[in-house]
Design a protein around this ligand. Structure first.
Ligand code: KG4
Ligand code: ZN
Length: 275
């Protein structure tokens, strides 16, 4: 990493690390290493919330964003909508009541016989498919929440019912296109409702699922139609990456928000303001 960034340890100003939420094993490895490095180099340790990292990814390529904004964080573990009155302030508006969008895509791909991660596979297959052949109902639970377990069940039932058609060359592509469309439309509809409710000027779309081509295209189209700005990091900054954690760390460093060297990871950490 340092070699790729063409710098050495003496040039580091601080060490930013994901403190939660996530799998405890992975968090422990990262936090232990970051603490040792910060101690050895005598530089500040910065504790970053994973979702704050995702949201900060947008600032890797964008200097200013018009606020108030709505942030949609869609990953393998989260589908959260936030109201952001300004940078670094997050108020949860809605979230998934069951599976996260990425989880639903991964599980859907698994039902079709594909390996993890299934999201990019569904994305690729769907480009060749017709979403109207096996239409699924767009999930639309109450308020600004999401729910994807119903469409996953509908996919399973369709696969059982249409078992005899599975040998058709276009079958996987058609069903992937319909499944992806139902999930993406739900994400777009709820985001538009949130933007309207909060009278927001822009949306920040981040997390691994924000790499999805249809979601990117549909959100940009809605932004043009309804008159809000759409900010989506390039795909390689949407899926988990170190640069987004460093970017979030920069704000912590600038305001002197340092973590203690006895920092412990928190697998269920909530994103609260100010972060
Ligand atoms: O943010 P992320 O890298 O890790 C978590 O924090 O969970 O997101 C991973 C999720 C996986 O569910 C993966 O299938 C999904 O993002 N994903 C995609 C695409 N690329 C990654 N989903 C749909 N289309 C993609 N192109
Ligand atoms: Zn992530």
């Amino acid at each position: 990493m340092l070699r790729r960034a063409k710098c050495d340890l003496t040039q580091l100003d601080a060490v930013a690390v994901t403190v939660g939420p996530g799998l405890i094993g992975a968090l422990l490895v990262g936090v232990s290493f970051a603490k040792s490095l910060a101690y050895a180099l005598n530089i500040p340790l910065l504790a970053i919330h994973h979702l704050e990292g995702h949201i900060s990814a947008v600032y890797l390529t964008q200097e200013e964003i018009p606020f108030p904004a709505v942030a949609l964080v869609v990953s393998g573990g989260h589908t959260n909508l936030y109201n952001m009155p300004k940078r670094g302030e997050y108020y949860l508006l809605g979230k998934t009541l069951d599976d996260a969008a990425g989880e639903a895509l991964d599980k859907g791909a698994r039902l079709l016989g594909y390996e993890y991660p299934g999201g990019p596979i569904i994305d690729r297959l769907a480009k060749q498919g017709n979403p109207e052949i096996y239409p699924f109902t767009i999930p639309y639970p109450k308020g600004l929440n999401f729910s994807f377990s119903g469409v996953k069940t509908a996919l399973r039932q369709t696969l059982q019912k249409e078992d005899t058609l599975r040998h058709l060359p276009s079958f996987d592509a058609d069903i992937a296109a319909s499944y992806q469309k139902a999930i993406v439309e739900s994400l777009v509809l709820k985001s538009c409702s949130a933007l309207k409710q909060e009278k927001a000027k822009s949306i920040i779309l981040v997390g691994g699922v924000a790499a999805n081509s249809l979601l990117r295209q549909r959100m940009k189209a809605e932004g043009e139609r309804a008159g809000f700005a759409v900010y989506i990091p390039p795909p390689h900054h949407c899926t988990d990456n170190a640069a987004m954690i460093a970017m979030a760390g920069l704000s912590h460093l600038e305001r002197g928000d340092f973590a203690p060297l006895d920092l412990s990871p928190n697998p269920v950490l909530a994103l609260t303001s100010p972060c």
